[in-house]
Design a protein around this ligand. Structure first.
Ligand code: MN
Ligand code: MN
Length: 466
């Protein structure tokens, strides 16, 4: 056989993941770049789940969605949103088919790893005012020192008034920081493991250093901070007890690379799936199946809690839809399908030892389908069936969506999970489909613009199934 023939036989028979640029046209690249301008604007606006919900409620209203009313009966083409306690949101377009044929669900999460303030956080030490934190989600603690931080969240005052907080994002705002030890005195610290070098109780936020007055007395820096907070926001120290204040990196989303092919930002996991899944349902015109995008909270802490997907809010929403049509609700779920939209770890040439290259996802190879997540012997996963995987594969291929497969690291290297299993446990067919990320869970993560856009195309195609 000639070399040419051998090559064409290989091309025909081998599975060869390819860079998206090899298969997409120029128009698609342009569309991807444009789509990502919207994504970056969203990322700068919505750093925490509450801000994401606010963002998508506003967008939904602009796109003709109205707030869901359990008592109302909706018709094909109607668009509704359900705001779950300001921290998770369901977007839904009623399809032309009966609910007996199931619904199509895209599920992403809008919470990201960060530092939450403890309930009683404020103290003064050595003329510095500081706030104690309790980290949220899986972080490498050493990454959170000596970077600019912003404070986001809410304070519920004694009288019940809710104060929204967002400090450190405007150019004129002050920012906050966790100090780290100078290398000159870090000989002992540097001998510790990366896990131990920075302790959880060492993640204290520097917030001030000037005393209230020249008078004698203790805790005058703390007093000065409380005086400022009281004058500006009308809050007292005990208002921290009923607050959710969160420290996030103050970085803005930016293009990365001379070719501007990548985006660096805080919280791509999992807003890089949430935004395309929301845009896809906004753009879905008259879907045949009822389309649902659920953007959930609490994934990073295990999905428990009434705004996480291990609670029943998604199930109850589908039950309410079923009741409107007089269909038994479990019958709707049992024939429904879901793309669990979460990120996967992209292969990183700096750390090849943790990945098995044949089954890793790569930045720019398109959306990544993860058949199963979990750890050890596939513990803690739903493991999609070959049949459902085959169906999704056909759907993406037929609609020009560039995709690849991925496993989260080598066997026994570690592992992780997504919301897939909670939805699968409702008797729904589920597979993980998301965007590959570099530096996942770091204060500044990296994704590819083409992959983000392929995410959007995948969700839109999914909602437009006939
Ligand atoms: Mn995630
Ligand atoms: Mn995560």
């Amino acid at each position: 056989m000639s070399e040419n023939k051998l090559q064409s036989l290989k091309d025909e028979l081998f599975y060869t993941p390819r860079h998206a640029m090899e298969t997409v046209d120029e128009e698609t690249v342009k569309a991807a770049d444009e789509f990502c301008e919207g994504y970056k604007a969203y990322m700068d606006y919505a750093k925490i789940e509450r801000e994401s919900v606010d963002f998508f409620v506003e967008e939904a209203k602009k796109r003709g969605f109205e707030e869901f009313d359990r008592e109302k009966k909706y018709n094909a083409g109607d668009k509704v949103y359900y705001n779950n306690r300001g921290k998770s949101i369901i977007l839904c377009v009623i399809g032309t088919k009966s609910l007996k044929e199931g619904v199509k669900i895209s599920a992403a999460h809008i919470d990201s790893p960060r530092l939450d303030l403890k309930p009683n956080p404020l103290y003064e030490d050595s003329n510095l005012a500081l706030l104690k934190t309790h980290y949220y989600g899986g972080i490498k603690k050493y990454q959170w020192t000596a970077i600019p931080l912003a404070m986001h969240g809410v304070v519920v005052k004694a009288n019940g008034e809710v104060l929204k907080v967002r400090i450190g994002e405007d150019d004129n705002d002050p920012q906050f920081v966790i100090t780290d030890l100078l290398p000159h005195l870090a000989a002992d610290q540097m001998k510790q493991t990366l896990a131990e070098g920075i302790k959880g109780e060492g993640l204290n936020i520097l917030i001030g250093s000037r005393p209230f007055s020249k008078d004698e007395g203790s805790e005058k820096v703390k007093l000065n901070i409380l005086k400022i907070l009281n004058e500006k926001y009308g809050i007292k120290e005990d208002d921290f007890l009923s607050a959710e204040l969160e420290l996030v990196p103050a970085f803005k989303a930016r293009d990365i690379g001379f070719d501007r092919s990548l985006i660096g930002a805080y919280g791509h996991d999992d807003k890089v799936c949430a935004y395309p899944a929301a845009e896809a349902i906004f753009d879905a015109e008259n879907p045949a199946y009822t389309a649902i995008t659920v953007l959930t909270d609490k994934e990073e802490t295990g999905s428990d809690g009434n705004t996480g997907l291990n609670s029943s809010y998604l199930k109850y929403f589908v039950y309410d839809l079923a009741a409107m049509e007089g269909v038994e609700p479990w019958r709707v779920l049992s024939c429904s399908e879901c793309l669990s939209a979460d990120v996967n770890a992209a292969f990183d040439p700096n750390y090849p030892e943790v990945s098995e290259k044949m089954n890793s996802s790569f930045v720019n190879n398109g959306v990544v389908i993860t058949k199963y997540t979990g750890a050890r012997g596939k513990g803690g996963t739903s493991d999609a069936s070959a049949e459902y995987m085959g169906k999704v594969r056909r759907m993406l291929n037929e609609n020009g969506v560039v995709w690849q497969i991925g496993e989260l690291g080598k066997v026994d290297m570690g592992g992780g999970g997504t919301v897939a299993m909670y939805i699968a446990n409702l008797d729904v067919d589920v597979i993980d489909l998301g965007i590959p990320v570099l530096s996942m869970h770091a204060p500044y993560e990296v994704v590819s613009k083409l992959d983000v856009y392929m995410g959007y195309r995948a969700f839109k195609t999914f909602f437009e199934q006939k």
